[in-house]
Design a protein around this ligand. Structure first.
Ligand SMILES: NC(=O)c1ccc[n+]([C@@H]2O[C@H](COP(=O)([O-])OP(=O)(O)OC[C@H]3O[C@@H](n4cnc5c(N)ncnc54)[C@H](O)[C@@H]3O)[C@@H](O)[C@H]2O)c1
Length: 323
């Protein structure tokens, strides 16, 4: 799909990061957008960024509060999109919303683990199911599912358990690749892409904690601090000597660095994703770090989880220690 003007795109997680940047690029090309998020504040900011850039004449943006892991929310979101845009079809579905957390199967609370898995995998599955009839009804359509480099490499370093997110991202990648044959047989006008970003400079760390602890406030509260302490323990660190204020400061510094020292910005990532969609690419690797780890895992899968393998990757990708 090369010309996006007059089309309708649905973007999940449009209130921050890559989702926001995708919305910005889509409307700039004259594409109508319906986004959802759990953060009303985030979506309001996305809308005002688009308005400030000058919304092209007649282009509609709609914002819908919906938790992508909750089927009732997703179905309501779909029905609201149909009503607000007065249509029974959409051309693009970007399943982008996601959170981190649920690192250890052993040390982390089951609720946290399943929240991550259900948002990252369930969100993609439920939105695909809900919007499929609208993609089928369009004359041309494209489904874009955001996985990660963790969709083919289940690690962010040898000392950091990363089970829920990796399991979910592998599922997203497998599902999307299996849809190639399914769509070829049953809905040949729907194209698919799986997006695999490396480290992208977004507020993912802080937003994940907000979603995990059920708040849209910027304040890092007691529940978030407790979760961070537990995460440190799961990584063999002892947080007992740290005050809550020190844990909070550590998180905010790491979150700031996660944006500032990322090899790829959210805006660059969104441009790579949209270019890939227009070129009809099945696999969209985002960032030089993503390209490097893809080739390294293919070359030496048996050692992909060894500390030396990680060190070689981190040095080549420019990943800093304590990321
Ligand atoms: N930032 C990275 O380094 C990176 C790397 C690989 C993959 N990804 C993936 O990219 C996608 C976008 O992440 P980002 O980095 O832009 O993060 P982000 O936190 O900036 O944006 C994600 C958005 O999704 C929303 N969201 C979270 N849970 C939700 C839910 N249950 N329902 C609806 N909305 C929800 C958040 O509120 C937020 O606005 C995610 O799927 C993430 O896993 C990110």
């Amino acid at each position: 799909m090369k010309d996006l003007s007059g089309k309708l795109a649905v973007v999940t997680g449009g209130g921050s990061g890559m989702g926001r940047e995708l919305v910005r690029l889509l409307v700039a090309e004259g594409c109508h957008v319906a986004m959802c998020d759990v953060s009303a504040k985030g979506m309001a900011e996305t809308e005002s960024v688009c308005q400030a850039a000058g919304l092209p004449q007649g282009v509609r943006i709609s914002a819908h509060i919906a938790d992508v892991s909750n089927e009732a929310d997703v179905l309501r979101f779909r029905d609201e999109v149909k009503a607000r845009h007065a249509t029974d079809r959409i051309h693009l579905l970007f399943n982008n919303a996601g959170i981190g957390g649920g690192g250890s199967l052993i040390a982390v609370d089951r609720k946290e683990w399943e929240r991550t898995f259900n948002i990252v995998w369930g969100g993609v599955y439920l939105n695909t199911r809900a919007f499929l009839p609208l993609l089928q009804a369009a004359e041309e359509a494209h489904l874009v599912n955001t996985s990660s480099i963790n969709g083919f490499w289940a690690s962010v370093g040898p000392d950091t358990p990363h089970t829920a997110y990796s399991a979910a991202k592998f599922a997203v990648k497998g599902f999307t690749e299996a849809l190639i044959t399914d769509f070829r047989m049953n809905a040949p006008h729907i194209k698919v892409s799986v997006v695999m970003p490396g480290h992208i400079g977004t507020a993912l760390r802080v937003n994940s904690l907000k979603v995990q602890t059920g708040t849209d406030e910027d304040e890092i509260g007691a529940a978030a601090i407790a979760q961070l302490r537990n995460r440190m323990r799961s990584m063999g660190q002892d947080p007992s000597g740290l005050t809550d204020e020190q844990v909070r400061t550590m998180l905010l510094e790491r979150a700031k660095r996660f944006v500032a020292d990322a090899p790829t910005s959210a805006a660059e990532a969104a441009q790579i994703i949209l270019d890939g969609v227009k070129q009809d690419r099945l696999r969209i690797l985002v960032g030089k770090d993503a390209e490097l780890i893809d080739s390294m895992v293919r070359a030496d899968p048996d050692h992909a989880y060894e500390p030396e393998f990680y060190d070689r990757f981190a040095a080549g990708a420019g990943w800093y220690a304590g990321r």
